[in-house]
Design a protein around this ligand. Sequence first.
Ligand code: SF4
Length: 227
Amino acid sequence: MGTPRESRTDQAAEVVDRLEEAYPDSTISLRYSNRLELLIAVILSAQCTDERVNTETEHLFETYDGPEDYANAPQDELAEELNSITYYNNKAKYIRSACQTIVEEHDGEVPDTMDELTDLSGVGRKTANVVLQHGHDVVEGIVVDTHVQRLSRRLGLTEEEYPEPIEQELMELVPEGYWQQFTHLCIDHGRATCTARNPDCDDCVLADICPSEKGDSEIDLASGEPW
Ligand code: SF4
């Protein structure tokens, strides 16, 4: 790693400060009213926009009520219900299987540990972190989605490429009290300004502390580094 940890820790704190000021109401954008709905919404949100998921779950959550309903739903019926969502067939399978486990092994309750959550079908560390944070008020790590991944690299907080090592590195840099909020701030900034293909560096609150600030030069989308 080129930049010393001490200065990356300062960088992380400054990023959090500035983004908190820019996005004071930053929070999760998926809609849910209980832990199971949260779990299902997060499973559905992989490779899909939260907006699309919210549109689909409005009817889904009225139709199915509790893990037994999902576990007992015929695969075709549940898949049909989700058919505007990416990978809906697989996601329907994951949801049915996860709910079966919840019924059989967890008395119908969404588990509250990382190990038990990641044992459920379709649940990786990212999904488990979201469910722990927003469903159980347990913050064990940092949710690294595509926005967190991209911004952390552009901002020089990490040179890692994949979510799990990025999470480990961020956990050493971001103050623990901000682990949950860091994700939401990155998502808001990633959507509003630091977009994947056309970051608006001229109008970015982080421009003067960002090593990837593009200034007047053209960005090279083909290089993949760090854009
Ligand atoms: S200066 Fe540009 S690359 Fe850096 S965080 Fe802002 S928008 Fe993203």
